[in-house]
Design a protein around this ligand. Structure first.
Ligand code: SF4
Length: 147
């Protein structure tokens, strides 16, 4: 059985919008691997951790297990935990976690912005979120017309 994946709470949100951009090639490759593995195995258990996680492992901002931007990342983690209604130390399947993340933050640009609008990647995630919401409303319209 696969080991639990350790994940900082805010990375559960980053993974919804990640499109191959990040802090250098190695970081992007590592994050893409994790994203692919999670999409392919939604039953994988995720353990919510404080500090740094397996995504941080290949980040140039990771200084011996401490994020150089810890003030920001900790703040994003706290906000995510509050919005998701979860706590660090909790483990749940990726499937359950994405349902919570989608329901609470992905479906609401206002909520997402309240968590991480001062992140350097905000414009990328904002565009991805808008695309996702537009695609969802198109598919809901199509579904309505089918009935
Ligand atoms: S910036 Fe910090 S929190 Fe984000 S991936 Fe790098 S080490 Fe982790």
């Amino acid at each position: 059985m696969k080991k639990n994946l350790m994940l900082c709470p805010h990375h559960a949100l980053c993974l919804q919008f990640f499109i191959g951009k990040g802090y250098g090639d190695d970081f992007v490759a590592g994050m893409a691997e994790i994203q692919r593995a999670l999409w392919e195995h939604e039953d994988r258990t995720v353990l919510l951790v404080a500090g740094t996680d397996q995504i941080c492992a290949r980040c140039p901002n990771n200084r011996a297990g401490v994020c150089e931007a810890a003030e920001k990342s900790d703040r994003y983690d706290q906000k995510c935990l509050h919005v998701f209604g979860l706590k660090t130390g909790q483990s749940l399947s990726w499937r359950n976690l994405i349902q919570i993340v989608k329901r609470t933050a992905v479906l609401s640009p206002r909520v997402r912005a309240s968590i991480c609008s001062d992140c350097g990647w905000d414009s990328v995630c904002r565009k991805q979120q808008a695309k996702l919401l537009a695609a969802m409303s198109v598919s809901m319209e199509t579904e309505k017309h089918r009935r």
